[in-house]
Design a protein around this ligand. Structure first.
Ligand code: S3P
Length: 170
């Protein structure tokens, strides 16, 4: 991978990865979609069948298999929680960009989303608490952190490109 996006659910990983992939004509991989393709099950179905533990096993297995591909990777919000996953991400040597949004913006983006089993029951305080618990794991592997709640996706993509020394794209 040439660029890895990490961050909490609803921080913009999928949107920004697709935007950058289009602008720079790079392949894009969405880890959640790759897990669904590899397991043949939706994420809610994996959680229903074997809880978060089963999902995390699939996540680590699929992460290992996609990291050698070229392009841009959008991870899942919980991917950096396992130390082993953080080691895998760091070992790529690729820039790891932590996308951040405040709890209110996060709730507006993901509130009541049935496809996100860990978020569907959370209110704003619950999101703030889970984000706080995860913050150190995100920061442990991030090489760059960018807020996505105060600027448009295009501005976020441009800021990442600038930081990486990629030439500007319309
Ligand atoms: C998760 C985030 C989800 C998905 C799964 C678990 C998490 O990805 O991997 O529901 O633990 O934060 P998104 O960040 O793309 O929603």
């Amino acid at each position: 991978m040439e660029l890895i996006l990490i961050g909490f659910m609803g921080s913009g990983k999928t949107t920004i990865s697709q935007l950058l992939a289009r602008q720079y004509q790079r392949p894009v991989c969405d880890l959640d979609s790759a897990i669904e393709a590899a397991s043949g099950q939706s994420i809610p179905a994996l959680f229903a069948q074997g809880g978060e533990g089963l999902f995390r096993q699939w996540e680590q297995r699929v992460l290992k298999s996609v990291l050698t591909r070229p392009g841009i990777l959008a991870t899942g919000g919980g991917t950096p929680l396992k130390e082993g996953n953080r080691a895998l991400l760091k070992a790529t040597g690729a820039p790891i960009v932590h996308l951040r949004a405040n709890p209110a913006a996060t709730l507006a983006r993901i509130g009541n989303d049935p496809t996100r089993p860990l978020a569907s029951q959370l209110d704003q305080a619950g999101i703030a608490a889970l984000k706080a618990k995860r913050h150190a794991a995100y920061q442990d592997c991030a090489t760059l952190t960018i807020a996505t709640d105060r600027q448009s996706p295009a501005a976020v993509a441009a800021a990442i490109a600038r930081a990486l020394g990629w030439p500007p794209r319309p």
